[in-house]
Write a protein that binds this ligand. Structure first.
Ligand code: SF4
Length: 161
């Protein structure tokens, strides 16, 4: 992994000031499946999440510069969420999907293709019963989030990946 490179979070909140569209969440046999956009797509300045009629975290996937230590998912010098996904979820595809983020994706940089084979089932917001849990016990203290992050207080009763 290149440590001098600014990596991107592949499941960023749409409120991130540099959020760009990564994919659209579709459904396949009752399960979420992300269709990745073919071009890097910045959100328009007048993007109004309220106009979707659904929380964007359910319907869309966004990428944004990784906040590193500033994110509540940061564990032991890496993305705890990316690692937890590998450990807790099974692959859902046989081939890494074509996506626009691979060169700078935090999960891919740290975990390789194993992340990509699980990535299409990830939605940023999910019911708590389906949430991937990032272990806290064997990692150091967390820092407060300076920007919105997947771990910063979602809407009532919802968890985030
Ligand atoms: S498919 Fe792989 S490279 Fe693309 S966002 Fe998902 S984990 Fe990152």
């Amino acid at each position: 992994m290149k440590t001098d490179q600014q990596l991107d979070c592949p499941s960023a909140p749409h409120q991130h000031p540099e959020a760009r569209l990564l994919g659209v969440v579709l459904e396949e046999a009752g399960e979420a499946r992300v269709a990745y956009v073919e071009k890097d797509t910045a959100l328009p300045e007048d993007f109004d999440p309220g106009s979707l009629g659904i929380d964007p975290g359910h319907a869309l996937r966004f990428a944004a510069p990784c906040a590193n230590r500033g994110c509540g998912q940061w564990r032991d010098g890496a993305c705890g969420l990316g690692k937890a996904i590998i450990e807790q979820l099974a692959p859902v595809v046989d081939v890494a999907p074509a996506c626009t983020l691979r060169q700078t994706c935090r999960w891919y940089a740290e975990n390789g293709k194993a992340s990509c084979l699980r990535c299409p089932q990830i939605t940023t917001r999910v019911h708590p019963s389906k949430a991937v849990r990032v272990p806290r016990s064997f990692y150091g203290p967390q820092r407060p989030n300076p920007i919105p992050s997947p771990a910063s207080g979602p809407a009532r009763g919802e968890a985030v990946l």
